[in-house]
Write a protein that binds this ligand. Structure first.
Ligand SMILES: NC(=O)c1ccc[n+]([C@@H]2O[C@H](COP(=O)([O-])OP(=O)(O)OC[C@H]3O[C@@H](n4cnc5c(N)ncnc54)[C@H](OP(=O)(O)O)[C@@H]3O)[C@@H](O)[C@H]2O)c1
Length: 364
């Protein structure tokens, strides 16, 4: 039987959006219906030019009204900032939405957003799913899957390691690398709301195990640069912030149930702390019986640095699209989604495809 083809729209073409767009063009189970950009220089360009593929005949637009009027099965939403009102308009226009910005799972803090989304889904007969590597995979559905072969769970740890020196990005500035250490500890660059955002993933795990997260505690430690650390667009000066370790713990019945550890660093050589946290990637450690450990290291390529966190995020959403489109209307978390059934992954890689995935210049 021939697989169904899904008409898709890519909303925003940053790091995540460009990888998703390229996949939509290359996977025959998708038909690209539209591309929304905010960058005036990209508007009017063929989607293939943006994604680094041959022309597609689909031109990018910066007009949301044109996208709302375009018939499609699903919008993959990956802009820089959340816009629940726009998500709801897309859902009401009859298009399912898979979003890298969440919400991922209903908690008290995102209740209003989830309720607005549910109402829009009812009106449009559509579904919404929040997707990504973390939140969306490494700290929720992945440990829940590993737990299925355990007989007792004591404490779940998720380690996210991002080496910004190995693969520099605008997060060096966004995260406050190069700031005064005491100043950053007193006023972190990471949004104060961030732990509560990730708590959606914690709640998904806890509630799937018949518990609730009763309390959330946070810690932050920093490492300073032992020497100046240059990177392509700047310099982290000696003595300033060169490493950050955030630790957020969700508690249940007075005990820690799940801890997210984030190690963001400018390499290892010049850090004042020896965290021994490893290279970029994820590690899931579950204390219990039997003890469990799983590593997802960033693959090494011969063609330079690739932002696999962006690729993982894009594919977490893209690979869920078919199941989200086939789900009954409503807010679809991993609990409702179940095992996703992506199509078109079992295909031989073409040479241009391999080059595109490995090419650093295609990463905006
Ligand atoms: N859940 C997860 O695990 C996870 C992981 C990584 C990222 N994310 C989220 O996914 C989203 C995309 O990440 P990214 O790394 O691709 O970001 P990015 O590289 O910064 O790209 C974001 C894109 O958003 C558009 N944009 C720029 N300014 C904007 C504005 N003021 N308002 C709305 N859109 C604007 C631009 O699209 P055009 O260039 O097309 O104009 C830009 O390229 C972010 O919101 C990020 O937080 C989630």
């Amino acid at each position: 039987m021939k697989d169904k083809t899904y008409r898709v729209i890519q909303w925003a073409t940053g790091k995540v959006g460009t990888i998703a767009l390229r996949h939509f063009i290359q996977n025959p189970n998708f038909e690209l219906a539209g591309v929304l950009v905010t960058d005036a220089n990209k508007a009017g360009k063929d989607a293939g030019e943006i994604a680094g593929t041959p022309p597609t005949g689909i031109l990018a637009t910066d007009d949301p009204a044109a996208i709302l009027a375009t018939p499609a099965d699903c919008v993959h939403f990956a802009p820089a900032h959340q816009d629940i009102e726009m998500v709801c308009r897309l859902l009401r226009s009859g298009k399912n939405v898979v979003s890298a910005l969440g919400p991922f799972y209903p908690t008290e803090r995102c209740r209003a957003e989830v309720e607005a989304i549910k109402a829009a889904c009812r009106e449009g007969g559509t579904s919404f799913h929040g997707s990504g590597i973390h939140p969306g995979f490494a700290g929720d559905i992945l440990p829940l899957t590993l737990i299925r072969i355990m007989e007792r769970v004591d404490h779940i740890h998720i380690y996210e390691v991002v080496d910004q020196l190995a693969n520099p990005s605008n997060y060096i500035e966004i995260m406050g690398f190069g700031r005064d250490c005491q100043e950053l500890l007193a006023s972190p660059s990471r949004q104060p709301e961030a732990p509560y955002f990730f708590a959606q993933s914690m709640a998904l795990v806890a509630e799937s195990l018949g518990r609730t997260i009763d309390d959330l505690t946070t810690k932050l430690e920093v490492a300073s640069a032992k020497e100046d650390i240059p990177y392509p667009s700047g310099l982290v000066k000696a003595g300033t912030v060169a490493g950050q370790h955030y630790e957020w713990t969700g508690w249940s019945l007075g005990k820690p149930l799940i801890t997210y550890h984030f190690f963001w660093k400018m390499g290892d050589q010049n850090l004042s702390e020896n965290w021994e946290c490893g290279e970029t990637g994820y590690r899931i450690v579950i204390e219990g019986n039997p003890p469990m450990e799983l590593r997802i290291p960033e693959p090494k390529t011969t063609e330079g640095n690739v932002r696999y966190i962006s690729l993982w995020t894009a594919m977490a959403g893209v690979n869920a699209i078919r199941s989200v489109c086939e789900a009954p209307p409503g807010f679809v978390s991993h609990r409702e989604l179940g095992v996703v059934g992506p199509r078109g992954l079992l295909r031989p890689a073409s040479e241009p495809e391999l080059r595109a995935v490995c090419s650093p210049e295609l990463q905006p």
